[in-house]
Design a binder for this molecule. Structure first.
Ligand code: ZN
Length: 227
């Protein structure tokens, strides 16, 4: 099973999903896609300086998780929601063929996170559609999940729990590469997600777990008759 995680800003994917990224890297392949570098998120460094730092942090984090990393050229806080972005993501999906795709939930405080949700939703649809003629042939993602993220809280419900106990330390190591995750820009990300993964673990009977939400359509249950 191959995994692709698409995050709005470098760090979103690894900080929220590093555990499952490490899990899938070990088993098959994991691809991290950063829509933007998140280069405008530092109060002291310029966007140029912070962008360079974020890129280097992203490369290090991906290496620790054993994942491949793709940087898209969009600007922080200016990610468009349009056909150009959707077809670019469609091409990436057709190229890498992820069985499982994880991205942001739409109920976010960040416009780039909401935009990523909308772009990814349509890209998954385009990628599967034979009538959408692109260089690569159609590919259907088997399952789409939305990651739990403190910045995407509105309407988020934990529906699927994945055990990340074995991958917890490598998640921590990878997340710690990012200055923002260490708390440099104010929010104590690593501390927050350590508590969250433990909380989800307690709820699901694992030491550490990550929770996801699934699209409505994926929740349909097929049965021949009522039990
Ligand atoms: Zn973000």
């Amino acid at each position: 099973m191959r995994l692709m995680v698409i995050g709005a800003h470098a760090g979103d994917a690894e900080v929220t999903c590093g555990g499952i990224i490490a899990k899938y890297s070990k088993r098959d392949r994991a691809i991290i896609v950063h829509m933007t570098l998140g280069e405008k998120g530092h109060f002291k460094l310029s966007a140029e300086e912070y962008g360079l730092q974020k890129r280097s942090e992203a490369e290090k984090a991906a290496k620790i998780l054993g994942a491949e990393v793709v940087f898209l050229p969009y600007k922080d806080a200016e990610l468009p929601t349009d056909s150009e972005v959707k077809f670019r993501l469609c091409d990436l999906i057709r190229e890498h063929k992820p069985d499982v795709l994880v991205t942001h939930w739409k109920g976010s405080i960040h416009r780039d996170h909401r935009s990523t949700y909308l772009n990814v939703r349509d890209a998954v649809f385009y990628a599967a559609l034979p009538a959408v003629k692109r260089e690569k042939s159609p590919f259907r993602v088997k399952a789409l999940y939305y990651a739990e993220n403190w910045e995407d809280p509105y309407g988020f419900k934990p529906q699927v729990y994945v055990d990340i106990s074995e991958e917890f330390e490598v998640w921590r190591e990878a997340a710690s590469v990012y200055a923002f995750a260490r708390g440099e820009t104010g929010f104590p990300y690593i501390e927050y997600y350590t508590c969250l993964f433990r909380l989800r673990g307690i709820e699901s009977g694992f030491k550490y777990a990550q929770a996801f939400m699934v699209p409505e359509a994926q929740r349909k249950v097929r049965m021949k008759e009522l039990p």
